[in-house]
Design a protein around this ligand. Sequence first.
Ligand SMILES: Cc1ncc(COP(=O)(O)O)c(C=O)c1O
Length: 387
Amino acid sequence: MYPVAMRFATKALRVGQDLDPQYMAVIPPLYQSATFGWQDLDTTPKFDYTRCGNPNRNTLEQVIAALENGKHCVAFSSGMAAIVAAFSLAQAGDHILIAGDIYGGTFRIGEKYLPKQGIQVGEFCAHNPLSINDAVQPNTKLLIFETPTNPNLRVSDIAAVVKIAKQHGLIVIFDNTFASPVLQNPLDLGVDIVVHSTTKYISGHSDVIGGAVITNNDDYYTTVYEWNKAVGAAPSPFDCWLSLRGVKTMKCRMDVHCKNAQAVAEFLDAHPRVKTSHYPGLLTHPDHQVARRQMRAFGGMLAFDVDGTVAQARKVAESTNVFLLAESLGGVESLIAYPPLMSHATMTEEQRVSKGIPPTLLRLSVGIEDAEDLIEDLDQALKAAFA
Ligand SMILES: Cc1ncc(COP(=O)(O)O)c(C=O)c1O
């Protein structure tokens, strides 16, 4: 048995990961099996069919639950599957609230799919928790938000949102993908359900698509688990095995992501061709004080607004060598993204601008390379765009 009060990095390595009883393997074996045998018909096996459960998935779920200070975790085949599973707590006739500043995929589910199921969707502003009072309706069941936000890196006060939401009896869902459990644990702040795209910092190596739902509530857990089982959104055993390998180094990876992002943000902040560098670790960031209070460090994500034309901003994105031009985030390699054609492509230009996403904004997922190489790469890309 592991000690109850282990700290984060120790939990990541030890929870659910005792020596394999058969051969004393240090690493949990991969159970790449769709089905499991029954001893006899009177004894239901612990695992019978991998859509419903699998030893690799079970280990990953135990670790993620422990890292989010939660009682239950359900692992999914993607972050979107995890978010939709959390939305399954609402049903036809219910109304839900989605924060205005949210991942494009979550926005798409709210705009295109939930209304087809008879679920009405409204919007609120997580930076102004009192906006919940205006947006809430008698049939509002739940709300979802995230911070830091994508792509603007605004930081809202999680406990303040929870406080107002609870005055209206809402279930509070929080997407903790951007911060990762290393930097904040929203369940400790009163959130009911945490969702993750484990594709990002939890797996950390850009080689898995996965998701997770974490909660302390037994009923929410059962609903989410049953939804996963019913629709078949289970992750593969190998993806769970890879994610578990990633989890082990999450804390040290995050330390470097944060250090590098701070250095890159400061460089961009001082650059004459950059209008704004959006990073909560900058003293000039509008939410720096909230971030300082709420997060253990400021994260690996940042965005910057190029002080030039749209063509010049696009040229910056196309001119980096160390930063790869690609969607996604949270992997060890640095990525540069252009939100209008990538994460926020589902929104119209008008919707993007109203959410503070100008067509000159570029988003960075800062990896764990040498910070000097990252800075030199951005410097030469900015020079190329303004030559
Ligand atoms: C904040 C956030 N939540 C959820 C998702 C969806 O995750 P996935 O791509 O694993 O389905 C993403 C994907 O980029 C994301 O950035």
